[in-house]
Design a protein around this ligand. Sequence first.
Ligand SMILES: [Zn+2]
Length: 151
Amino acid sequence: MAKHFKLRGIRIHQSYEVSEAAETLGASEPTVRRWIDNGLPVLSSKRPLLILGFELKSYLERVQAKPKREAALGAIMCMSCRKHRMPIGLMADYIPTSDTNGRLEALCGECEGVCMRFTSKASLPVLATVLDITHVSCDEPNGTTKTPAKT
Ligand SMILES: [Zn+2]
């Protein structure tokens, strides 16, 4: 669902006919009927169908909240916060664990704790649009990218 509706216009103690709900939200009537088919509760099965404002609001909040459950691109699970956090300075280390997979390690932007997530090498270019990723090689203890430049 790409479109977001104006939930603020809904009065939770009011009941709405389908056409009224559609108008309040700036949605079309078929859209509202589809919500009912998909589980939006109505007060009675008789015509006109009445939707309680409270139900309408909570239904749309549920539906529209779905995409937000996915962590933002670049967010990494913080071991301390137990939430996905954006790392400090948007910097992360990529430590390969195989040819195709590895893990990202970073410091939590909220608590400076350790953040970690497993990722595939293939997804690094996408993550790199958000994060400054340093590739760390476990096989070479001296590191590759972190070696200070000689003067
Ligand atoms: Zn944290």
